[in-house]
Design a protein around this ligand. Structure first.
Ligand code: ADP
Length: 509
């Protein structure tokens, strides 16, 4: 600032006013002559410069460039600025002033003005403003802009901005990979321009509500038409942008292409519906089959009873008239008819076991087990069994079905006993969601490869002559347990006994 630049009410005041401007300024002000000697400086400058001057006390008249511990670069830089000033140039230059061993790192804005004596330049005046804070803020802003730009470039998402009319005012390059249009084509268009009429209406209604409440757009799925005509599903998220008066000026957001995910989801949904239909068909077929097995086994009972009675009558009446071979044949026929009777009985049991004809009730498994063991003690009086029965729960189940499960499992334990004295252990274990019930014996055991197949209908590991049976008992157990929402399995090895474990949910599914 020059005295001539100051307009004051009283010319005599000019110098005092000039002094007060200089005093109140936080800038450094100094002047050098054409030989780089300091010819004037304000106190701010002297206080700053003295500790970093070579002699630690810079005086008026000293060579400014030689007196300061400048780096060679900085010295040249300042020297050049002064020389430009000497040549009459008025300019502003930004300089980074670094003296690492003094811990100084400042940015200064140098305002350089030649000092004129008439037409002749006799030196320069420098006003140096400390712009460190704003410079670092600007550098930080630049760095964060570069970072943001890199994120934009590396993101697979499309970033956009629309104005209050919903017109694109900015859009990142990724738009082309999403919709096939380049940035130039998209600017000026609206998101709705890419939608089919019905989608436009659907999304439009949602968007109306969002804008009315100045809310953010959160995970808004919308279908768009790609430039090549294909359908593209975008997931839109965005924030409202407001001006200084709080007026909505538009939205800034991100679109993610979720076409693949959405198509897979839709395909999965379709497959699920198909599966549901097939399951329904299968359930229907299954119940038809069960009905058929029930009717067939029920209706077969009567003719079988007739065959058996006539065979028995024949055996009784003509036993003395036929030769031993014919007698043997009659025995075979009677035995086969007997086996068929069991088969039909068990088949009937199996086909009716799936029917939920019975009501669910609180069933005390302790009572069921004690009833069955008593019954078996009478019906299998010749088998010595030691029962070890733990505390069993009261479950919500079908009473008769539970009876059937324990009857089959305990009956099998007795049937498949080994030479050893039979010990049957029945216990329960409380799990988080289920009761786990175990029926364990020390009988002949089952080889691991049959652990699954024994639960299938008619699967037996022995001939009828070794162990009577039809291969239906465990299939019935499985069906009943599953009907109650549980699972059944066996833990066993040959000659190591067998443990049948099944679960019953504490809460009915
Ligand atoms: P069944 O006893 O009428 O043959 P199941 O369905 O009850 O029919 O059993 C299927 C097969 O599983 C039996 O034939 C037998 O080989 C085997 N099995 C069932 N329970 C036991 C057990 N406790 N110990 C050994 N094997 C068993």
């Amino acid at each position: 600032m020059y005295t001539n630049d100051i307009v004051a009410i009283d010319n005599r005041l000019k110098e005092q006013i000039m002094d007060s401007y200089i005093l109140s300024s936080s800038d450094f002000m100094y002047s050098v002559d054409m030989g780089f000697h300091l010819i004037a400086a304000n106190l701010n400058f002297l206080n700053f410069i003295q500790p970093i001057s070579i002699k630690n006390s810079l005086q008026i008249g000293d060579h400014l460039l030689d007196s300061i511990k400048f780096s060679p670069d900085l010295k040249t830089r300042f020297g050049n600025c002064f020389i430009r000033g000497f040549k009459g140039e008025v300019f502003v230059e930004e300089v980074q002033f670094q003296l690492p061993d003094k811990g100084i790192d400042k940015w200064s804005e140098l305002h350089i003005n030649p000092i004129l004596n008439g037409d002749t330049t006799i030196g320069v005046t420098i006003i140096s403003k400390d712009i460190t804070a704003s410079k670092y803020a600007a550098l930080e802003l630049l760095a964060s802009n570069i970072r943001l730009n890199n994120i934009l470039l590396s993101s697979s998402d499309w970033i956009w901005e629309v104005d209050a009319n919903g017109t694109y005012t900015y859009c990142s390059e990724k738009a082309i990979s999403h919709l096939g249009y380049d940035v130039g084509e998209i600017i000026g268009m609206s998101p709705f321009d890419f939608m089919r009429e019905d989608e436009k209406q659907r999304v439009g209604l949602i968007f109306q509500d969002i804008v009315a409440s100045n809310s953010a757009i959160v995970d808004l799925e919308n279908w768009n038409i790609h430039k090549d005509g294909s359908e593209v599903c975008l997931l839109t998220n965005g924030f409202p942008v407001f001006d200084a008066n709080g007026k909505l000026t538009g939205y800034l957001g991100v679109d993610k292409d979720i076409t693949m995910r959405k198509t897979n989801e839709l395909e999965l949904l379709r497959m699920n519906e198909d599966l549901l239909l097939k399951t329904e068909e299968l359930t229907k077929l299954n119940s038809e089959l069960e009905r058929f097995a029930f009717v067939a086994s029920h209706d077969l009972q009567e003719p079988l009873r007739t065959v058996t009675s006539f065979l028995q009558l024949f055996e009784k009446k003509y036993t003395n008239l036929v030769d031993p071979t014919a007698k043997k044949y009659i025995d075979y026929a009677v035995n086969a008819a007997e086996r068929m009777r069991y088969l039909i009985r068990d088949l009937l049991e199996y086909s009716s076991s799936g029917k939920g004809i019975e009501e669910y009730a609180e069933v005390n498994l302790n009572l069921i087990v004690s009833d069955i063991t008593q019954l078996f003690e009478i019906s299998h009086a010749d088998t010595d069994v030691e029962y070890k029965i733990g505390k069993l729960p009261i479950v919500n189940a079908m009473y008769l079905k539970m009876l059937q499960v324990f009857q089959n499992l305990i009956g099998n334990a007795i049937k498949y006993k080994s030479e050893e004295k039979l010990v049957i252990e029945i216990s329960a274990n409380e799990l988080d969601q289920d009761w786990q019930i175990s029926v364990k014996d020390n009988g002949i055991g089952i080889e691991p490869q049959y652990h699954e197949s024994i639960f299938e209908l008619f699967n037996r590991l022995h001939s009828f002559s070794d162990y009577s049976g039809t291969g239906i008992g465990l299939a019935v157990c499985k069906k009943i347990v599953e009907m109650h929402g549980g699972k059944i399995r066996v833990k066993s090895d040959l000659n190591k006994g067998a443990e049948f474990i099944f679960t019953l949910p504490k809460n009915r599914p």
